[in-house]
Design a protein around this ligand. Structure first.
Ligand code: SF4
Length: 612
């Protein structure tokens, strides 16, 4: 909706933010906005036909490193008649102050009231940010439930990885976009403009967008019914012109897709303070636990020339000293060697470090000798996931102990001294030796440096807990229980205390991983739990200092919902999933065979045999 005199309102709100909020909060620099390369300026919001609030449901310091939001911000602000401004979730101290002083949620760019946007586009990055979405809506004065909104409220649109199963958030969202954001956002802007000029009402816009675009999902135009055992009986569209299966939106031309080549330079430290160029979208691997590996398809590749051109423009507009060449699995970019060498040749004299995050372990090892001269030699990080060869084969993590140890020896010879290993516990068919193997392999990786440099290497091994994800072979798997994970934790701790070493073991929060598993495969009945927990104070659940599992348990109890049923239950092979009407990638028959193969590879009995 548009408000007359918006410029004056924004300057009043800006003044209030500066005087009533910033002096009293922790890290006020994260709320300042108005950074170098900001695209929205005074007056743009008021004179634009479509105003989009691009919201990230976590702090500015996290959200500023999120490429997806930056791409959408760039795209909208380069679309005629459109203006995008950024919104992040105020930290708990700022939220309390805003409520106390009656300050509405504002945009970071020119201090607009978020409620004056036409579209509130929120990125659902991870399950633990769901409650922050409610904070954003509530602080903006937008009713939490989609059914309570009217023509005066922005369209609440969600995308991102969790949008692949948005059902737990269904009650709070007007529209969900599946797949990539570039072409879908451009299409929605064009459709919105046309409908707005035609005087189409908000609820009709939602219906028309959901009818017109095969990747646009209006959750509240679909009805879900349940069987007596709690599983889903059917998911039916309310209108025959809506798609019965919602597709994913691909990016037609990834090479030339809109990209923020003049990135915003934050005033404060953010998680990744660097220029970031997305060199490839998707991952050709299909590690069996990985949601992104199965859903982000088809693969998008950028040419080396285009990447260097983008990097050059980014450097000229920011002067930053680190260039991140990003993708889900950078090692699988087919021209990586040429890219890193040409990037290094171009930027080395300017003291720009090239960083290659997300290198897969086997390819990383092959590349270590030339990486030494081409990229920054910081600590190596390797996502090994499982500790034994047969389990790694079962989850399709393409590395063996032999080539892992050969590679780390090469790394030590080249001067690396510390390594971080990522493991996961809880894979279907996991055995005691897989758990003990985490410790054994960590030790071997550490000790391998003795042969080369006379001292063991510092190895930090981080152990996470399996969260079975939709659209993967593990979508049927029961997540192990909290007792199981706590036993694993105790066992690993005892092993690490059994001898002096340079290995440091760290484990993730068991309770948080279980909550993630509840929501990852959850249905729309969980919306009540999310709102109840949020009303009881749940905020920033991904942050250790904020996460309170008791509050969540109380919310489940209050709603009469058993989280174990969602997290730990092995699904029947023919069960209708909450996302069965959303197209994720591979067909279920293929995924099912992949799941069966895990048990064959590790020689463990399949739980499917016990499902009636
Ligand atoms: S290599 Fe990484 S991104 Fe690719 S499928 Fe495996 S875990 Fe996922």
């Amino acid at each position: 909706m548009h408000v007359a005199g918006g410029g004056l309102m924004a300057s009043i709100l800006g003044g209030r933010v500066s005087e009533e909020l910033l002096p009293y909060v922790k890290q006020p620099s994260q709320y300042i906005g108005n950074e170098i390369n900001q695209l929205a300026h005074e007056g743009d919001w008021e004179k634009s036909a479509i105003r989009v609030a691009i919201a990230f449901p976590d702090t500015y310091t996290i959200g500023m490193s999120h490429l997806g939001c930056q791409i959408l911000y760039w795209l909208v602000n380069h679309t005629p008649d459109c203006c995008a401004e950024r919104v992040y979730c105020p930290w708990t101290d700022a939220e309390a102050l805003m409520r106390q002083r009656g300050l509405p949620l504002f945009t970071w760019d020119t201090r607009q009231k978020v409620s004056t946007a036409d579209i509130f586009a929120v990125s659902l990055q991870y399950e633990m940010a769901f409650t922050n979405v409610l904070t954003l809506l509530d602080l903006a004065g937008i009713p939490l439930r989609a059914r309570d909104r009217d023509d005066t409220h922005p369209l609440v649109l969600a995308g991102g990885p969790q949008a692949d199963n948005p059902e737990p958030m269904a009650a709070f969202l007007d529209l969900v976009v599946l797949g990539d954001g570039e072409d879908s956002m451009a299409a929605i802007l064009a459709a919105y403009l046309e409908m707005k000029r035609g005087g189409v009402r908000r609820r009709d816009m939602i219906r028309q967008i959901a009818r017109r675009f095969p990747w646009a999902y209006a959750p509240n135009l679909y009805d879900v019914t349940y069987d007596g055992d709690g599983t889903i009986h059917s998911i039916e569209r309310r209108d025959p012109e809506l798609p019965s299966v919602i597709e994913r939106c691909p990016t037609a031309d990834f090479e030339h897709a809109p990209f923020p080549v003049r990135p915003i330079v934050p005033y404060c430290e953010v998680v990744h303070d660097r220029m970031a160029i997305e060199i490839m979208r998707g991952c050709p691997q299909r590690c069996r636990f990985c949601h992104a590996g199965y859903t982000k398809r088809p693969l998008g590749l950028r040419s080396v020339d285009r990447i260097l051109e983008m990097a050059e423009e980014s450097w000229r507009s920011t002067g930053m000293n680190e260039l991140g060449l990003l993708s889900l699995s950078t090692a699988d970019y087919p021209h990586l060697r040429e890219l890193a060498e040409r990037a290094n040749a171009r930027f080395a004299d300017r003291k720009v470090n090239i960083s290659l995050p997300s290198l897969r372990v086997d390819k990383m090892l092959q590349n270590i000798p030339w990486m030494v001269s081409s990229v920054r030699k910081s600590g190596l990080t390797m996502a090994v996931e499982a500790a034994r060869d047969d389990m790694r084969a079962a989850i399709r993590k393409l590395v063996t102990d032999g080539n892992l140890l050969d590679g780390v020896r090469q790394a030590y010879q080249s001067g690396w001294r510390s390594i971080k290993l990522y493991f996961m516990s809880g894979f279907p068919g996991e055995r005691t030796e897989d758990i003990d193997g985490i410790w054994d392999l960590s030790l071997k990786v550490s000790e391998a440096r003795r042969e080369v440099a006379g001292h063991a290497a510092r190895v930090k091994s981080s152990v996470g807990w399996l969260v079975p994800k939709p659209y993967t072979p593990f979508q049927w798997a029961g997540q192990p229980t909290a007792d199981y994970f706590h036993d694993v934790r105790r066992r690993l701790r005892a092993l690490s205390k059994s001898r002096r070493s340079s290995v440091l073991l760290q484990v993730h929060s068991v309770e948080r991983s279980i909550l993630e598993a509840v929501f990852a495969r959850g249905d729309r009945r969980l919306g009540d739990v999310i709102e109840t927990a949020w009303r009881a104070g749940a905020r920033f659940d991904g942050w250790d200092e904020c996460f309170d599992p008791r509050r969540w348990q109380e919310a489940f109890d209050a709603c009469g919902i058993d989280p174990a049923w969602y997290a730990h239950r092995e699904r029947d092979p023919h069960e209708v999933f909450p996302w069965s009407h959303l197209h994720g990638g591979a067909p279920d028959e293929y995924l099912s065979r992949q799941y069966d193969d895990v048990f064959i590879k590790v020689g463990a009995p399949s739980p499917r045999a016990t499902i009636a």
